[in-house]
Design a protein around this ligand. Structure first.
Ligand SMILES: Cc1ncc(COP(=O)(O)O)c(C=O)c1O
Length: 376
């Protein structure tokens, strides 16, 4: 089901930017895999009608999200809490504009570049919360977190769960603890959970809005885009249980952000109502890719990859001078994302959301290069 697809001539960013270089494109976080058949069928059916006018979300679409949240996360939401938005990046930027009051915004580091940049772009101050490997998983220092949340100019934290690039999944206990701190210091949480349906080892995701402590102090940002590989359709949603928070957020974006373009709605509905089997199979495929990659990297001295429980993104590190690891990957014929853009210039982020043959090709290139150039 997850065979190689020729993406040439689709103007995909992932391929176009480096089309003149002999590299396998493994950077931008979309997958080289076909979306779920039901999603494709829904899009084809809609496109077969020749009028592409303004389109608003409809009750069955909202119900699809309500049911998805109940089935997947045991989160029982009301349809009125859902706000459709044209992407997660504009959504967290809007949250900063609406709630940060020009102050300090706590945000994990390393992190997805637009998350790192958002506070400063919106006239606020990003306060990096360092995420370190604690021997078991990547997490922040709770003391530092509390200190930052207690600052009188801090009104908002932007969370990324599961984390990009580390793939750490925060569990109920972590989130409870975080929720209590936010409550105590009256800090709102805007949680980017775009990767939450890509848990590769099972287990249930806990959206921040499901916690009693965070229900009235949170915006949960989600989308079908990463999971069902429809990121180019520009469609996501925020779930905001508290009426006042939702109204303020909505007011803030009024006539500023476009509505999502209609194909994203159709894709989301088909994804959430007809594609569970496909998703189960995708997780098996990605898990096998992750494990294969981990096995291959473990055989290359000097490289460290700690297989992550979620996402199709591998965070690979090396004790080499700044920037060198990226250069080695490119010289080996592979284009990952440069760790520097995430806040660590001794790491790269490799996208393994691809077919098995492409992954094997990447492993072969890296292994050959590493054995030749980096004798142990
Ligand atoms: C954590 C995270 N948030 C947001 C996005 C992009 O969201 P959107 O395309 O909906 O703006 C990505 C894409 O890689 C991501 O990894």
């Amino acid at each position: 089901m997850f065979n190689a697809i020729d993406r040439r001539n689709t103007q995909a960013i992932k391929l176009e930017r480096y089309r003149d270089q002999p590299v396998l494109p493994m950077w931008v976080a979309d997958m080289d895999l076909a979306t779920a058949p039901a999603v494709q069928a829904a899009l084809e059916q809609r496109f077969s009608h020749p009028v592409y006018g303004y389109t608003h979300p409809w009750p069955e679409l909202n119900q699809a999200v309500v049911d998805w949240c109940a089935q997947q996360y045991d989160w029982h939401i009301d349809a009125s809490w859902i706000l459709w938005l044209p992407g997660v990046v504009p959504s967290f930027n809007l949250a900063i504009q609406a709630f940060a009051q020009g102050g300090r915004v706590v945000v994990q580091e390393p992190n997805y570049p637009p998350l790192r940049a958002a506070a400063n772009h919106r006239g606020c101050t990003a306060v990096p919360l360092s995420v370190q490997f604690d021997g078991e998983r990547w997490l922040w220092d709770w003391q530092q977190l509390e200190q930052e949340l207690a600052h009188p100019d801090c009104h908002l934290m932007i969370l990324c769960n599961p984390m990009n690039p580390h793939g750490t999944v925060l569990g109920d206990t972590d989130l409870e603890r975080l929720g209590q701190l936010c409550l105590q210091h009256q800090v709102l949480i805007c949680s980017d959970e775009i990767h939450c349906d890509l848990r590769l080892d099972g287990g249930q995701h806990c959206p921040v809005g499901r916690l009693d402590s965070l229900r009235d102090h949170s915006l949960t940002l989600m989308a079908a885009s990463k999971t069902f590989n429809v990121a180019g359709l520009g469609c996501s949603f925020a779930i905001v249980p508290n009426d006042e928070v939702r109204a303020r957020y909505q007011r803030s974006g009024l006539d500023l952000l476009p509505h999502p373009a209609f194909p994203g709605y159709f894709a989301a509905e088909a994804a959430f109502t007809q594609s569970q089997d496909w998703l189960d199979a995708l997780r098996v495929h990605l898990r096998a890719n992750r494990d294969r990659l981990a096995e291959a990297i473990a055989a290359l001295p000097g490289l460290t990859y700690r297989p992550q429980p979620a996402t199709f993104l591998a965070w690979i590190e090396a004790e080499l001078p700044a920037g060198e690891l990226m250069q080695h990957f490119v010289a080996a014929g592979i284009m990952p994302s440069d760790g520097k853009d995430f806040g660590n210039d001794r790491a790269v982020r490799l996208n393994f959301g691809t077919d098995r043959d492409t992954l094997e090709e990447a492993i072969q290139r890296l292994s050959d290069y590493w054995r030749q150039k980096m004798p142990s």
